[in-house]
Design a protein around this ligand. Sequence first.
Ligand SMILES: [Zn+2]
Ligand SMILES: [Zn+2]
Length: 1020
Amino acid sequence: MSGKVGQSEEQACEAFVAWLDHRVVAAGRGDGLDRLEVSPSGTFWLGRLACEDEVRKGAGDERSERLDPCAIGIRLRPAAAPSWSMTVTVRARAWVQDSKDGPDPERRWWRSDLVEEPVSVLVGTEGGSFGRKQLADAFAAVGAPGLSAEVRVDVEDWHRETELVVQLVNTSPEKPPGLTDSHLYETQLEISGLPTVSFKLEALPDSFRYERDVPAYGVNVGVEVLALGVFRTSDTVGVQTYRPTYWNVTNTPPDLSFVTLAADPLPQLAALIDALAAYDDTHWSPAVLDARHAAKGWTPMMRAEADRSASEVFAELDRLRTGLELLRTRPAILRAFQLMNKAIARSAQGRGYATWRPFQVGFLLSTIRFLVEPEDEARYVDTVWFATGGGKTETYLGLLLTAAFFDRLTGKTMGVTAWSRFPLRLLSLQQTQRFADALASAEMVRKEEGAGGTPFSLGFLVGQAGTPNKIVPKTDSDDVTPDSPGMPDKYQVLLYCPFCRDENLQMRFDRERWRLEHRCTSATCPTKGRALPMYVVDQEVFRFLPTVVVGTLDKAASIGLQQAMRGLVGPPQKLCPVPWHGFTYAERSAAPNGCLVPNCQGGKVLKPLPMDPKRFGPSLRLQDELHLLRDSLGAVDSHYESLLDHLQAELCGTRAKIVASSATLTGYDRQVDVLYQRQGRVFPQPGPQAGESFWTTPTAQPLRRFVAVAPRGVTLEHVSDRTLDTLQRCVRELVNDPVKVCAETGINPKHASMLVSLYGTDVVYGTTLYDVEAAGRSLGSNNTVEGINVEQLTGQTDFDEVRAILERLENPEDDFAERIHVIAASSMLSHGVDVDRLNTMVMLGLPLTTAEFIQTTARVGRKYPGLVYVLHKIGRERDAQTFRHFEQYVRQGDRFVDAIPITRRSRRVLELTIAGIVGARTLMIREPASRQRLSTPAKLRDYVRDSGMTPAAEAAAVAMVLGFKGAEDTLHQQQIAEWLQAWFADLEDPTNKATFISELGPRSPMTSLRDVEASAPIHD
Ligand SMILES: [Zn+2]
Ligand SMILES: [Zn+2]
């Protein structure tokens, strides 16, 4: 083939993806098969049409019709008045079964020749049927007498404008004569000769940014526009997206390499801002908006939205200018920024990138003011909106390290700079590793540059079955001891050494220091065999208060139960005199001097804190995947966020800045207000047109090909199995006969082994664990290709297994037969599993949220062209709707995102959270202030009497914490008051059997923010 010699890797991938898709569609339709041993109606899922009688006799509702439809069609808007004329070309085939003594008794089903009939249509407002005899004759002529079909035209005008629905309907009898199957196969409809006008999408929010014209809609199919006025049905709906580039103006981009920004950042940053200012003027000035308004026929609402967006765009520009000015005038900020760049340069070494994307620097500039005006800036939640492309983790890390260095340069020599939270179990080992890499590099820079303070370190704080809360010397419960099964290896969190990247890490439990350690065994490692600055046991996090704590959101619940969580919002109490014991907290029977090391021999004389206690409060709280904080989880978290703010304000007089990332902006302002009681601010602002802004624009390089499939007549599992089977068959053909496949696909054979590697592992993604497990099982038993190796990646998969699977994906076995061929995954995959070798996906039904769709599919095609089959559960109304609008759904995903359902006013949730708030206030504010132990009811009772604490006063304080302070909050205030009366009654009741204060009151504090049914909707 011409051009094959100079074919690039990417072109080879493109050709291969096109071939894969072609083969999958062919397998779905039955293209190219002559004979079949099994019934075609139980095999094919595309292009088939059931007969109308059968569909009518079934449940007869819309749903069952979608599951096995009897018609496909195209909906159009005619340009002229009736009557209308057009040519409708019908294509179809039949499958007929031979009698038992036929020519091929093993494969009795045979496929007819193609019926291809142009049907002339002339129709008025009453609609009509056409071509019935012509089509029946044509079926008889190919050996399937008795089959019949017609072109049916309905005229509808309930959408104000007249619409024509042109359909091919299978009118065959349910039992055609002979042994013919009553389905039609490989059906297609093509319309030409009718002048049409486009549909206009309704003016949804933000419409001024979007293309609103849709030339035609498919009925049970997709539609392709072949030429002006020529429309053809397609069995699947394919949507190609393109890889973004991160610079969208003609000026040469400034040099935003880490090295340059470490040395001399100001000129480059100034150039970036100048380019942004010029772009904003070109696209957002009133004159430009006037012109677009006129040209595109904007409604007044659209214009108002455009004006509002323009003012936000200019506000963003101002924030960037402020950031630059601070770098110019505040030496500590400049230095922190430079050291951060130096550290990032180091951690990026050898990874193929050495420079920031402009939007990442933009975000840093727009946010950096919080370092010098923490109080003012804490009023806003700054959110990285990452629909435009990857790089959010690096963006976080840039901000984290800048803050960490700034802390060191301004006298915060220890303690937590940032607490970074990921929803539920979505924190991945790869993400944790990236944090560790960045902090290790920062630590080396800190040392070299003499930035002062204690070494930078990382803590890992996750709930539920991750790593231990504590390690005890011996136990009769399920606590972990140094001798527990799997200790210490099973708690390895890092994949390799963050200092030298050597993979030979060793886990060790140091009994003397009572520490669960990661150690690097490389002789050349800068750590020289000492423990890595990485803390994975909760109590070690409290003892050492690492610079950055990374963990899952649900862990915040411990704040209501665990007094040592104080270190994450404020100061610990003291330091243990034993050097490696770390910070101490309140005294307990198991910790008589407050030291968390079992049987500490440090004695009662503790060392004072070596830093101003007020500086222990963290500067930053990060929230990843903000859009997932919804429903009950969002409601519960909103109360705990208020509690964290309250505790830090009481203990340090400061407020942490909150920075988040989100895949969606719909309803963002309200979500931020409910969750954090702060204002939302998004970076980057969306551009003047969808998918394009100063910061990003699509290139011509393919990113992902999305293929919507509406399976017909067979189960979703069958389609998923057959699709994966075909994908695996194709790759095996390439493995076994590269010369033949390369010739067939026009691929230069030198790319063959790369393609085997890049397309040899398919992902099957299920939105429920049940789906995932079923997919894994059925593939194991149902495939026609031999030896498909399936592995699962779900929330249930153990850490060490995840680690082993990732390792195999990153470094596949030499022999293709030994590799992982299919990964059956749940949403666990969509967060931080970054493997460039994953490029094909089969999605079992649409995920519940558009955000999950966007993120999950982003796991494939990260670097090479991806292919995603979205199998719609077409019986569901939502899937059916999305199938109709699939192109818009993929291209304009964000507008299809529903506003996030969230409230802080759920009284059911309040019932769950009061205990944690009361508990935290007791443990973290009252107990340290009282200089005595308040952990048991007896001691607390004495304290309450002495201090004059009353139910009413405490109820008022709790209501204040939660922001229930208005007249409209009377019910909530009353609920809190009643709860506290019960709590006080328990406290005063001498017969109460509570041993710990957490057992007082109507219920105990939550142990995890997930202690609420996650699926239940929550209302005010
Ligand atoms: Zn090392
Ligand atoms: Zn100690």
